[in-house]
Design a binder for this molecule. Structure first.
Ligand SMILES: Nc1ncnc2c1ncn2[C@@H]1O[C@H](COP(=O)(O)OP(=O)(O)OP(=O)(O)O)[C@@H](O)[C@H]1O
Length: 453
C-alpha cells in the first residue's frame, strides 16, 4: 500500500555548528515533503517554535543546554515526539541513557550520518503515516457500524431519496445532489459511498464556497514545492487524496470559471497534474457534487460550463426540504438528535412536552434538518429539568453557513452581523454572548447603544 502525505512534515534541526547544520538541512530538504528548519541553540528553538514539529534532531553538545536536558524538555513538552540525538562521541552508555529518556535514535557524527539520518527520518515518517492510516480506517469502521442510523426519515419524500441512494450505491456513475441548505446532501453522499464498492477507499469532502478562489486549484489538484510564493512544500490535492474512493464537492456552483475548465479536463482524462508539476497522476475517483443552486439556470446564465454540467450530472438526487417531509419525520429526527445531545452533554434523558412537539411541527425550517438539529442542541443545553418546553426551543439560529462568504462586506459589517445573530440566538444575553465570542461585554453594549446592531 502506498501511503500519501497530505500535509508537510516538519523537521527541526538544533545544531550550533552552522556548517554541519546546513549540511543536514540540505540533505533532508531533498525530499519535497519535508520542511526543514535549522536552529543554532536550544534557546533559539524554544523561542521560535510555535507548532509541534514532526521530528527534532539535536546536537548532544550544545553551548546553552546539554543534550539530555534538552531531550527531557522536548519529551515533556511534546509527549511522543520523535527526537534523534546526534553526537560527536560514540559512547554506548550515553546512547542507552538517551534512549531510556525517550530518544528515538542516537547517531554519531561520521561519514555515514547523512544517510543514517535520512533513513531514520524516513522510518519515522512512514510510521506516522501508518498511524494516520490506522486512525482513518478505525474511524471508517466505527462510522460504518453506525451506518444504519446515518440518515433518519420515514416519510414518502425521503424514502424516494433512499431508493435513489440505493441505485447510486450499486453503480459507479457520478452523482449530483441538489437540495436546500441543511437537507443532508453531504450525509447522502457519505451514505452512498459507504454502501458502494468503494467503501474501503477514502471519502473526501470539500466545500467550494468555503475556500478563497485563489486556493481552489491547489486544494483540488495539489501543488509542487515552489510552484508559487508560499508553496513551501508539496501538497497533495483532494483528487489524489480521494484516489480509489469518492470525492464530494459541495457547492459546486461556486467553482471559479478557470477551474471549471481544469476540472473538466481532469474528469475527461482521469489524471491530474499538481500545480507546478509535470507528473501525470492516474486517478480512479468517483465524483459526487452538491449544490443548493439551480445549476441549469447557472448554465443558462453562462456562469457554469454546460459540458461540465453534463459531465458531473450523472445520477441526480434531489433532497426534499424538511417542510415537505411529514410531522413524523420531524419528530423522528428531533428525538434522535435529542438522545444524541443528551449523551454528548452527559444529561439525563430529556423528553419533549406536547406543546414543544407542536412548536417543532408547526415551524417551516428554512434551514432544514441542520436548523432542527441546532434548535434541539440548544434546547438540550438550556433545559434545566427533565423536559423540554416550547420556551427552550429557539428557531432561526442556523442559516446557510455559506451566506457569510457569499457577499463581500467590510470586517465591521461582518462583526455587526455576527453580534446581531448572537443577540437573536441567545435572547440578548450579553454576558453569555461576550463569553461565547471571547470579547468584552462593553464592546457589545456599545454597539447596542450606538444602534449598530
Ligand atoms: N436524515 C438525516 N438524519 C440524521 N441527520 C441528518 C439528516 N439529514 C441531515 N442531517 C444532519 O443535518 C446536518 C446538515 O446535513 P448536511 O451537512 O449533510 O446538509 P447539506 O445539505 O450538505 O448542507 P449544506 O447545503 O449547508 O452544505 C448534519 O449535521 C447532518 O448530520
Amino acid at each position: 500500500m502506498k501511503l500519501k502525505p497530505d500535509v508537510a512534515f516538519n523537521i527541526c534541526i538544533v545544531e550550533d555548528d552552522p556548517w554541519y547544520g546546513q549540511l543536514l538541512q540540505y540533505q533532508l530538504a531533498l525530499n519535497p515533503d519535508y520542511i526543514v528548519t535549522l536552529y543554532g541553540s536550544g534557546k533559539a528553538f524554544f523561542d521560535t517554535v510555535q507548532e509541534r514539529p514532526d521530528v527534532v534532531t539535536i546536537d548532544f553538545s550544545l553551548p546553552d543546554i546539554s543534550g539530555d536536558r534538552l531531550l527531557k524538555k522536548l519529551v515533556e513538552l511534546y509527549p511522543g515526539l520523535p527526537v534523534i540525538v546526534i553526537s560527536a562521541q560514540n559512547k554506548i552508555a550515553t546512547a542507552v541513557e538517551l534512549l531510556k529518556l525517550g530518544a528515538t535514535d542516537y547517531l554519531t557524527k561520521d561519514e555515514y550520518t547523512k544517510e543514517l539520518l535520512w533513513n531514520a527520518v524516513k522510518k519515522i515518517r512512514e510510521n506516522s503515516l501508518l498511524k494516520l492510516e490506522v486512525k482513518r480506517l478505525e474511524k471508517q469502521l466505527h462510522d460504518k457500524y453506525d451506518f444504519a442510523n446515518l440518515l433518519k426519515g420515514n416519510s414518502p419524500a425521503i424514502q424516494q431519496t433512499f431508493a435513489l441512494m440505493e441505485r447510486a450505491a450499486q453503480t459507479p456513475v457520478n452523482v449530483s445532489i441538489s437540495g436546500e441548505t441543511g437537507t443532508g446532501k453531504e450525509l447522502v453522499a457519505k451514505g452512498i459511498h459507504r454502501n458502494s464498492e468503494r467503501h474501503k477507499g477514502p471519502f473526501v469532502a470539500l466545500n467550494m464556497a468555503a475556500i478563497p478562489a485563489e486556493l481552489v486549484e491547489s486544494e483540488l489538484f495539489g501543488h509542487e514545492k515552489g510552484a508559487f510564493t508560499g508553496a513551501i512544500s508539496r501538497k497533495i490535492g483532494k483528487f489524489e487524496q480521494a484516489n480509489q474512493g469518492t470525492l464530494f464537492l459541495d457547492e459546486i456552483g461556486e467553482l471559479p470559471a478557470a477551474i471549471q475548465t481544469k476540472l473538466l479536463r481532469v474528469l475527461q482524462e482521469r489524471e491530474v497534474q499538481r500545480v507546478g508539476g509535470s507528473e501525470k497522476i492516474k486517478l480512479n475517483v468517483r465524483l459526487m457534487t452538491a449544490t443548493h443552486m439551480n445549476l441549469l439556470e447557472e448554465v443558462r446564465k453562462g456562469r457554469f460550463r454546460e459540458d461540465l454540467y453534463y459531465r458531473i450530472s450523472g445520477l441526480p438526487i434531489c433532497l426534499p426540504p424538511l417542510r415537505e417531509r411529514n410531522s413524523l419525520d420531524i419528530m423522528l429526527l428531533a428525538e434522535y438528535f435529542l438522545a444524541e445531545f443528551c449523551r454528548e452533554y452527559h444529561k439525563p434523558a430529556l423528553t419533549l412536552t406536547a406543546a414543544a412537539r407542536d412548536k417543532l411541527i408547526a415551524y417551516d425550517y428554512p434551514g432544514n434538518v441542520r436548523e432542527l438539529k441546532t434548535a434541539i442542541e440548544l434546547a438540550a443545553v438550556l433545559s434545566n429539568g427533565n423536559e423540554i418546553h416550547p420556551a427552550d426551543i429557539t428557531f432561526g439560529i442556523s442559516s446557510r453557513n455559506n451566506d457569510f462568504f457569499a457577499e463581500e462586506k467590510t470586517l465591521r459589517d461582518h462583526t455587526r452581523a455576527v453580534i446581531r445573530h448572537y443577540l437573536g440566538k441567545y435572547q440578548n444575553n450579553v454576558p453569555l454572548i461576550a463569553q461565547k465570542l471571547a470579547i468584552g461585554r462593553s464592546t457589545i453594549y456599545k454597539m447596542i447603544q450606538d444602534g449598530d446592531v
